[in-house]
Design a protein around this ligand. Structure first.
Ligand code: SF4
Ligand code: SF4
Length: 390
């Protein structure tokens, strides 16, 4: 296993992190014995970064139980405060205490505000959140503070600048260089000294199982033979500013394969023809893109608050990958920020500023009908009301 140092803390973290959001299951429940074997094998093979969250059902409890058997000091635990249900300082304290109990530990090495958006941060930072973070840091119960993020790069940069974060976690892979925080956000955060944790390295398996046939052929015909997963991981680790790549592993085969790759990949080692081959694969995806928005943000701010680049990147995402994941991610972010495409009143100000000459008003109508499904809005509203806090 190879390690990279966190600039602010000096921690040497394994470049492969274990994502604990999808443990193996048996009869509908977490298969504890199999999970335990995988986690111990991962630790024995050098993985020292384990990522969980309050909202992953059973994940913190299972990780805590396994690590309590003599492994706690060998690893760094990363977990997250569930922002969508937090309203008061008391909520933060209660949730954090519960997490320590679940994880059977006195401290959290890497603590994140889970999928935070600018609106939540602005609402809570002077309403107990900063006080909570700093008190727990002073008590030595939060060692490093960061956030995970799915919004646009502009909000991302504002968040980076607004607090003395140690690290952040962003969605990143070879398809997402210009999506959400993207490369621009990654470089920015890194230049400010934040450690970078990359999530979704395989786009939830899309860069492996759902590669278009034409993209698969490019990989198969390349003169160096590696799996699609290995190319995707190597592309990430080629970037020296990425500290940890998180993989949500739950098959022994994947744990072993990923460890083998992570033991043998140096930054800046991809050759020109390898990068070119990955770019060709990327082009095959790009051919499916619907709107040529570069997420430059020149169209912003919209007087009605519409997050135009977010709407278009989500539409493109849906066109490439299908399914409902893009809808849910889009609705979660824009509902909270009050920046839905449906808020557009067609004033046209944004269109005059778009260097790509995109028919923004018309495309937002499509975003409204394709992304803002009424039933998903209801499900999200209900989930928010009934999300168990304690
Ligand atoms: S046309 Fe719509 S999205 Fe564009 S600035 Fe006006 S209200 Fe905002
Ligand atoms: S100005 Fe045009 S290209 Fe830039 S983010 Fe807005 S819609 Fe996209």
């Amino acid at each position: 296993m190879l390690y990279r140092e966190m600039e602010k803390t000096g921690d040497k973290l394994s470049i492969l992190g274990f994502g604990c959001m999808r443990y193996p299951r048996k009869n509908g429940r977490i298969d504890f014995e199999r999970t335990k074997k995988q986690i111990i094998s991962a630790i024995d093979n050098g993985i020292n970064y384990f990522d969980t969250a309050y909202m992953y059902p059973g994940s913190e409890e299972v990780l805590g139980k396994i690590l309590s058997e003599g492994y706690r000091e060998k690893v760094k635990i990363a977990t997250k405060l569930l922002m969508i249900v937090i309203k008061t300082r008391e909520d933060m304290d209660k949730m954090f205490e519960k997490q320590l109990k679940r994880l059977q530990t006195d401290y959290i090495d890497y603590y994140m505000l889970h999928s935070i958006n600018l609106e939540q941060w602005e609402n809570l930072k002077d309403n107990g959140l900063i006080e909570f973070i700093e008190e727990e840091q002073n008590k030595g119960r939060i060692l490093n503070i960061g956030f995970s993020f799915h919004g646009n790069v502009f909000d991302f940069k504002k968040l980076v600048d607004d607090y003395d974060w140690d690290f952040c976690m962003i969605q990143y892979n070879y398809l997402d260089e210009n999506y959400q925080a993207g490369k621009e956000g990654l470089d920015y955060a890194s230049s400010k000294g934040l450690g970078i944790i990359a999530m979704e390295p395989l786009r939830g398996g899309m860069l492996v199982d759902k590669l278009p046939d034409s993209a698969k052929k490019i990989i198969e015909n390349f003169h160096i033979k590696k799996t699609p997963a290995e190319w995707a991981l190597r592309w990430l680790w080629d970037n020296p500013n990425i500290n940890v790549v998180l993989s949500g592993m739950n098959r022994e085969k994947d744990v072993a394969e990923n460890i083998a790759i992570a033991s043998n990949v140096q930054p800046n080692s991809l050759k020109d023809d390898e990068k070119e081959m990955i770019n060709e694969v990327k082009e095959e995806f790009k051919n499916r893109i619907k709107i040529d928005c570069t997420a430059c943000g020149y169209c912003l701010p919209c007087p009605h608050g519409v997050d135009i680049p977010m709407a278009f990147s989500s539409l493109n995402d849906k066109a490439i990958f299908g399914g409902m994941k893009s809808n849910i991610q889009y609705l979660m972010t824009t509902t909270e920020n009050d920046s839905l495409a449906s808020k557009c009143n067609e004033c046209g100000i944004c269109e005059k500023k778009c260097p790509q000459n995109i028919a923004i008003v018309e495309e937002l109508k499509i975003a409204n009908s394709d992304l803002e499904k009424w039933y998903l809005k209801i499900v999200l509203r209900i989930a928010k009301i009934f999300m168990p806090l304690f």
